[in-house]
Ligand binder design. Structure first.
Ligand SMILES: [Zn+2]
Length: 106
């Protein structure tokens, strides 16, 4: 699964496209149908993205909105994001998934 910049996890709603990357001027890739973002898996490895704390929070907020999280949960969710970010080198995607899981289960 890929976490899109728009805050949604992409499963099936993708379109195929070709973009120019450092490897090939016509690299096959996918985009997110709903927001139109096209991924460059060659030059920026999407699943291994490590954003700054600020950027990560923006992404987390978008994610919370997309998932209709309640206000109370959003607070907890962002707290977990902060905690996970502090404790080491997890990728954005892992942090958001883990925080979501913790908030949801607790
Ligand atoms: Zn998207």
């Amino acid at each position: 699964m890929i976490l899109c910049e728009c805050g949604e996890f992409i499963k099936k709603s993708t379109f195929k496209d070709y973009i120019s990357t450092s490897q090939n001027p016509s690299t096959r890739t996918i985009g997110h149908e709903k927001c139109g973002l096209i991924f460059n898996f060659v030059d920026d490895n999407v699943s291994k993205k490590y954003s700054s704390r600020k950027r990560l929070k923006i992404l987390a907020m978008k994610f919370a909105e997309k998932n209709d999280m309640e206000r109370e949960l959003i607070g907890k969710f962002l707290l977990e994001i902060d905690r996970l970010k502090s404790c080491g080198n997890m990728s954005d995607q892992k942090i958001i998934l883990e925080a979501y899981r913790r908030v949801w289960i607790s």
